[in-house]
Write a protein that binds this ligand. Sequence first.
Ligand code: PGA
Length: 252
Amino acid sequence: MRSKIVAGNWKMNKTYQETKSFVKELTKEVKKVKLDNTRVIIAPSFTNLQKASKKTKGCKIEVAAQNMCAMESGAFTGEISASMIKNVHVDIVILGHSERREYFGETNESLAAKVNTALKNKLEVIFCFGEVLEDRKSKNHFKVVEEQIKEALFHLTSDDWKHIILAYEPVWAIGTGETASPEQAQEMHAFVRELVAERYISDVSEEVSILYGGSVKPANAKEIFSKEDVDGGLIGGAALKVDDFVALIKAI
Ligand code: PGA
């Protein structure tokens, strides 16, 4: 059975001190929640990964990095490698977030290379994709998403897919307060699952968790999470407050 996942993408938020107190409070709260088949993930910035991974040791909160270099090591000033992430006991990395694509020029091709490096280093990948508003308006959204998935992920083997989590994040819904309707999310998730089913054996498409991201908050989470092909959320703004984040965990 595929996992349900609530993942908090902190983006460029929270200092060391803030990370420490957030994680302390969150671990206390998460202990009170019956998680069953649900995974809870937080993704602080690089400088706080080590602290977060230490503080969450032994409790059911996992830690993810928000990005990673495709190269293994060497003269790449300012970059962070997969082995550096693994070295601080972090086993998950978010790749392909729309902010990385938009502001840092990441492409399907460069993301395919990052995915390869991540998997080679035994990092699980939360792979983000999603259309911009113009794509949706011009009814190109399915085509764009299909390209993003095919070009970055369809060279992988069925076994590789055991370490892939998908996150559909329509760019027009990120940080805008505008959420895709539960029906719009379900429609795209089902489309993506079918796409994966056509390329791989059905085990792969049935087992891959597909998260929705884009202005998910306690008030709308239950309805979105209740959809058949929505296996949880990748949350930005609402993941920055313990109360809201715990409410989202409970909503699933
Ligand atoms: P948001 O961000 O929840 O603040 O819209 C989601 C994301 O970018 O992952």
